[in-house]
Design a protein around this ligand. Structure first.
Ligand code: ZN
Length: 542
């Protein structure tokens, strides 16, 4: 989630002072990340520490990828012992550079200029048009390399553009990281982990990541590492070049078992969806694997600005075609965000009697169910005798409706499982109240993307149906009877719209419901001092 706040486009001389920097930093609540490593045998703990060391190399490498002068800024700041210098260094490390990510990349150090949209992937003196024209002029194979995930574009001695593989551009760092991955591979006795680490080490040296991405999909081990070049958002010119990151994590046994239990119920849930039986899937397809993990250490692209709470990888379409993609939920990050952000929101948003019901277990349970419900309900549909998909028919409205579907039908599914006795019924009020509090967390930064728009639709629907109530003092609460019918009726409405591919119906529904109403705004306005996110301190890595 990116936070939209108005940028203060600072000019020379108007950069934040120490007090202002501390205020900006305080938007990220510090939190100790400390995972219990005692279940790991000594050899696996050794492997884990090798991986943490590799991830630290990734951190420095990412800094260099973000901007050519980042290492220079960092060493200057490190030598500045003044209180202002220390405040700057702290905020620099939070943002992996001198630009405030949640303030639309506003620079907070004098003299650094705007954040370079080409990052450090293209020559600093080139324009986007030049590079684009050059890429188009190349024969097919060379163009594939030039536009690939794992190459930079530089100039040769004659100032002509050339393509440089990461294995060469970042050779010293990647050779060192590969060595550590291989040492971890020697230490572990878990076969799928050993194979992934060997293949990923190989990829660092050969620049061919395919086999190791395939091996990452097959991981089934207590240690679940994600390390390498992945996301392309730092390359604002073309979204071609992958930034390096590392999530060194341990599998969460408890939640993984919950997932297995829920997965066994999916076909039954599909068979009882509150829609015309003709719209239900007779046999659910294979769903993409989901892993629940606890982060021991995160670095590079995976540790700057607003922290990732879940991710979906790999991005290589060939791997996705062969094996699908894997969703990884970071449980202890979710927990930290829950306690530092969601709990304070609940205190301001919910009526006093309901606040105590906002707890972490229903929060993570609903997130799991949300992910699973993406696989249920109408997907491939028939409209006017044509075979088509919900996505094709609902076009730009699909994302909003699909996210709202996963949320609301996730509540419906949890109620079904409680009624059936498959999960503890005493959780009922906790599930609804926790969802209600989290709706304000999602709506907080405006109706800019699918999750927030989908949440506005849900909250307004639940208000209209009386499932959510507003006290005389403006606080929100749950009506325990009406919430159930309201959740069911919205599930029916969304899934029926999807099943019939009815664009006009979706358009009318969203036009009416994707708004921030005055009673909601009243709460949102009271949240300004609640932290935006967390700043993790990885105690296991110190
Ligand atoms: Zn979703």
């Amino acid at each position: 989630m990116l936070v939209k706040t108005t940028a203060t486009h600072a000019t020379e001389g108007s950069f934040p002072d120490e007090a202002k920097l501390k205020q900006m930093t305080a938007r990220f609540a510090p939190v100790d990340i400390n995972v219990d490593l005692s279940p790991l045998p000594a050899n696996e703990r050794l492997a884990l520490h090798k991986l943490i060391d590799a991830a630290k190399i990734i951190d420095a490498l990412f800094l260099r990828q973000v901007a050519p002068l980042n290492p220079t800024y960092l060493s200057a700041l490190s030598r500045d012992d003044s209180p202002l210098g220390r405040a700057r260094l702290h905020y620099f490390s939070l943002n992996a550079g001198p630009w405030s990510l949640i303030d639309e990349n506003a620079p907070f150090l004098p003299g650094v200029g705007a954040k370079p949209p080409a990052a450090n992937f293209y020559p600093g003196d080139a324009t986007r048009e030049e590079v684009d024209a050059w890429m188009h002029s190349l024969p097919s194979a060379e163009r594939t390399a030039a536009t690939g995930f794992f190459t930079t574009i530089r100039r040769d001695v004659n100032r002509k553009f050339i393509t440089v593989p990461y294995s060469l551009e970042y050779q010293p760092e990647l050779v060192e990281a590969a060595k550590l991955l291989r040492e971890a591979a020697v230490a572990t006795t878990q076969p799928t982990l050993k194979i992934f680490l060997e293949k990923r080490a190989q990829a660092f040296l050969t620049n061919d990541y395919y086999d190791s991405d395939m091996a990452w999909m097959d991981l089934n081990a207590s240690i679940e590492p994600t390390v390498g070049p992945y996301e392309v958002y730092e390359d604002e010119w073309f979204n071609f070049k992958a930034a390096v990151e590392a999530f060194i994590t341990l599998t969460d046994e408890n939640e993984s078992q919950k997932l297995v239990r829920f997965s066994a119920e999916l076909q039954e849930l599909e068979d009882h969806l509150p829609i015309d039986p003709a719209f239900r899937q007779a046999k659910l397809g294979n769903y993409s694997p989901i892993r629940v993990v606890n982060v021991v250490y995160a670095s590079g692209d995976a540790n700057r600005g607003v922290q990732t709470a879940a991710f979906n990888l790999p991005n290589d379409e060939r791997v996705v075609a062969a094996k699908g993609s894997k969703r990884v939920l970071l449980k202890n990050f979710q927990e930290a965000k829950f306690s530092k952000v969601l709990k304070p929101i609940a205190v301001r948003a919910l009526s006093f009697k309901d606040q105590a019901f906002v707890t972490f277990d229903p929060f993570i349970t609903h997130i799991l169910m949300h992910e699973l419900m993406h696989g249920l309900g109408p997907q491939r549909i028939r409209v006017g005798g044509r075979d088509t998909t919900v996505r094709m028919e609902l076009k730009e409205l699909n994302g909003t409706l699909e996210e709202a579907k996963a949320d609301i039908s996730g509540l419906w599914a949890l109620q079904y499982l409680m009624d059936k006795g498959a999960i503890e019924k005493s959780q009922e009020l906790a599930i609804y109240n926790t969802f209600l509090a989290s709706s304000f967390r999602t709506l907080r930064f405006g109706l800019t993307e699918a999750h927030a728009k989908g949440m506005a639709l849900q909250l307004n629907w639940l208000l209209d149906q009386g499932g959510v109530t507003v006290d005389s003092d403006g606080r929100f609460g749950i009506n325990p009877v009406k919430i159930k019918t309201a959740v069911t009726s919205l599930t029916t409405e969304i899934m029926t719209t999807q099943a019939t591919g009815d664009y006009a119906r979706a358009k009318a529904l969203l036009a009416r419901m994707v708004v921030i109403r005055p009673e909601v705004k009243h709460i949102l306005d009271a949240l300004t001092d609640v932290p935006v996110d967390i700043e993790p301190h990885f105690l296991n890595a110190e």
